[in-house]
Design a binder for this molecule. Structure first.
Ligand code: SF4
Length: 457
């Protein structure tokens, strides 16, 4: 959006008004692929029977099905893979590509140069022979950006790609090898965002805890967080998607030492049975994880922990699933997501013959979520009466009668919500209610399974 705007395009969220439609796709699991294809077909109708003159498909679906998109959806004029963001202008018809004989050809060449660095055994072994086809794009602080989030909050991608060999996952094939943005580039972007009014930043990447390894940095994420904590105006800083065995003592110390680094760790564990984790090529197990959780809670008092699990991985026995259930009860996470195993062609687990039925997978998923629901209810209830800082997000999406916001325990878009049903009228004169994007002190007055109710004090 930044590149397009800089080139003079005007953005519109309404497909009917658009001359050029860009569908940004996901291809992580089957349902995401289907959703992406449905969106492309829906947008194609605006080209055949509406105002649109060009249809561009961008993102992960392109990395997987580049040729099929071109062959099967003739309305598509151009595709832009995850490693080709700078080709968006030519794709949208805003810049000519002199050597391109046809619309699809504009986008088939790879970016010049190869800035990838290989830093893992897996990276070298697994991609040998296929390296030239991997995306290697990485934006920097000079890349123009238009925030798709409200003005007070922003995501910053600090690294791209992944070198882990998880057998259920095709992300490394879609996003390429792990590569970090330069330290100074991330800081410069954070400073600029803070100057423009952003108060909360969320660092993302497929594997944020490996940040800097390819740049030769040790404890790169901790060093980066320390620098970001000193940026004027940033009130909440957090990172998502920690890899379990990459959470170092230094990282925990850094979180604990800075008030504006949220005491919040999202560590997707995927399973707790050592045998399943071994088949997933991830390692670890319930005992190791419990020790690590104990350390996080000890070093960061009051830390909020989120995780996610895959249930019904090929060959998952009743016993292995029970082990996972036992672990969930013992670990008592603040937030937890459970996902049914989704078979992905191209992932090595795809060839494992011992698949569970969709019904069995769903029943295990529901059982795990129901165990967590009880934990969540008890944890939320224990918060009643306590006070927290709240970032107000505006009127509730569910009813105009309530406001809603988040505390440091709530990452944007993933965790439950805090509904605000009261504020002191004396402090907010008629016509000047609490404002979205501002921070207020609040007291929790009621709790549901996942959501909280609060009053501004
Ligand atoms: S660490 Fe995450 S992104 Fe990387 S291969 Fe494993 S599941 Fe996929």
């Amino acid at each position: 959006m930044g590149l397009l705007t800089q080139a003079g395009a005007e953005l519109t969220p309404d497909a009917e008004d658009a001359d050029v439609i860009v569908v940004n796709t996901c291809s992580f699991i089957g349902s995401a692929q289907q959703e992406s294809v449905d969106a492309i077909l829906e947008m194609a109708r605006h080209k055949t029977g509406g105002k649109a003159k060009r249809l561009v498909v961008a993102g992960c679906l392109v990395e997987r099905f580049r040729d099929q998109i071109a062959k099967n959806i003739p309305e598509v004029d151009a595709v832009v893979g995850t490693g080709e963001l700078d080709k968006i202008l030519a794709a949208a018809g805003l810049e000519s590509a002199p050597s391109a004989p046809g619309p699809f050809n504009i986008l088939t060449s790879r970016p010049e140069g190869d800035h990838r660095r290989s830093h893992g055994r897996f990276a070298r072994d697994a991609w040998a022979g296929a390296v030239s086809d991997l995306p290697n794009y990485l934006y920097d602080d000079r890349t123009p950006r238009v925030l798709a989030t409200p003005g007070y909050t922003a995501y910053i991608k600090i690294a791209e790609g992944c070198d882990h060999p998880c057998t259920f996952c095709i992300i490394p094939q879609l996003r390429g090898q792990f590569r970090s943005r330069r330290f100074e580039s991330v800081i410069a972007e954070a400073e600029r965002l803070a100057q423009s009014g952003v108060r909360e930043i969320t660092l993302i990447g497929q594997d944020t805890t490996c940040y800097g390894e390819d740049l030769g940095l040790k404890d790169g994420l901790a060093l980066l967080l320390e620098k970001l904590a000193a940026v004027d105006g940033l009130r909440w800083i957090r990172f998502l998607y920690a890899y379990p065995n990459k959470i170092t003592g230094r990282l925990l110390e850094t979180i604990a030492a800075h008030e504006n680094i949220c005491s919040y760790i999202d560590v997707p564990l995927q399973h707790a049975s050592a045998s399943v984790l071994k088949r997933m090529k991830r390692g670890g197990g319930a005992d190791v994880f419990l020790r690590s959780i104990e350390k996080m809670r000890r070093m960061i008092p009051g830390v909020t922990l989120r995780t996610s699990f895959i249930v019904g991985f090929p060959g998952e026995t009743e016993k292995e699933f029970e082990e996972l259930q036992g672990f969930v009860k013992e670990a008592a996470f603040d937030w937890m997501g459970a996902f049914g195993y989704s078979d992905q062609e191209g992932a090595s687990a795809f060839n494992d013959g011992k698949k569970l039925s969709a019904r069995e997978i769903e029943s295990r998923r529901k059982a795990l979520m129901s165990a967590q629901k009880k934990i969540s209810r008890a944890k939320k209830k224990a918060l009643v009466g306590r006070e927290f800082d709240l970032l107000l997000m505006g009127p509730s999406e569910e009813t105009d009668l309530l406001l809603e916001g988040r505390t440091t325990m709530h990452a944007p878009e993933i965790d439950g919500k805090v509904f605000v049903n009261d504020y002191p009228a004396g402090k907010f004169p008629e016509g000047a209610p609490p404002q979205k994007g501002e921070f207020y002190r609040c007291r929790i007055t009621a709790a549901h399974d996942y959501d909280l109710v609060a009053e501004i004090i």
